[in-house]
Structure formats: C-alpha cells, structure tokens
Write a protein that binds this ligand. Structure first.
Ligand code: HEC
Length: 115
C-alpha cells in the first residue's frame, strides 16, 4: 500500500526536477547557446526581407547560407549591407552581429533542407 504512494511521490518529485529549471544546458549541439538570441535579432531586423523560415523575400534565401559564406563574410555582409540590403553596423552591436553570423553559418545544405 505504502509502496504505491511512494512511487507516485517519486514520480512527482522527478517531474518537478526536470521541468523546474529552464537552463537545462545545451542538448548535444541541437541548440547552440546563441541561437535564441540570434533568432530574436533576426525576427526584428532581417525577417521582413529574408522571411521567417529564411527562404527569402526581397532578399535571397539564407537557408543554405552556411554552405556559401564563412562566418566572417556573414559578419561583413551584415555590417556593411549589400545591394538592396541596409548596413547594420549602426543598428546592431558587434556582438549581436557575431551571434547572428554564427547562427546563420550553421544553416548549411545538409541542415537547411526544407521541412
Ligand atoms: C531591406 C531588406 C533587407 C533586410 C532588412 C536585410 N536584408 Fe539581407 N539582403 C537583402 C538583399 C536585397 C540582399 C541581396 C544583396 C545582393 O544581391 O548583393 C541581401 C543579402 C543578404 C546576405 C547575402 C546572401 C547571399 O546569398 O549572398 C546575407 C547573409 C544577408 N542578407 C543577411 C541578412 C541579415 C542577417 C539581416 C538582418 C540583420 C538582413 N540580411 C536584413 C535585403 C535585406
């Protein structure tokens, strides 16, 4: 009789533990630490021209940009802009641009397949 209760109590305790903290650490490279930050910036500054899923709108698709440009090239493009794309060096901080570039560079052909 007591054992059943104990198990329920244990299960509850375990559930509370695993759901309690929002900083569970990174799960095996699935989500890079800067990813959430990068996506927030992207949504604010880039989405209007490159679309929510990176498939492109006014600007080109960025879904496979990691196969095309290095992180440094991405940083340069974001800083200085391009034809039809504004420069962001006065809009974003250097570390924000770097976070974005890092995140974008993870979008390679293998990963960026359409879902
Ligand atoms: C006003 C629209 C606009 C906004 C906002 C914008 N872009 Fe662009 N972006 C463009 C256009 C247009 C191009 C194509 C430039 C060219 O042809 O040289 C481009 C090109 C790029 C490229 C190079 C793509 C390639 O294949 O060569 C990258 C990387 C990029 N944008 C990233 C970003 C990021 C990151 C942001 C947000 C910080 C952003 N863009 C915001 C319009 C925009």
């Amino acid at each position: 009789m007591g054992a059943g209760l104990l198990i329920v109590a244990l299960a509850l305790a375990l559930a509370a533990c695993s759901g309690g903290t929002d900083r569970q650490g990174r799960e095996a490279g699935a989500a890079a630490p800067g990813e959430a930050a990068a996506m927030t910036i992207y949504k604010k500054q880039c989405l209007s021209c490159h679309a929510a899923d990176l498939s492109g709108r006014v600007g080109p698709s960025l879904q496979e940009i990691g196969s095309k440009m290095s992180e440094q090239q991405l940083i340069d493009t974001i800083q200085d802009g391009a034809k039809g794309m504004p420069a962001f060096k006065k809009v974003l901080r250097a570390d924000e641009i770097e976070t974005l570039a890092q995140w974008l560079s993870t979008h390679t052909q293998a990963e960026g397949d359409d879902q």
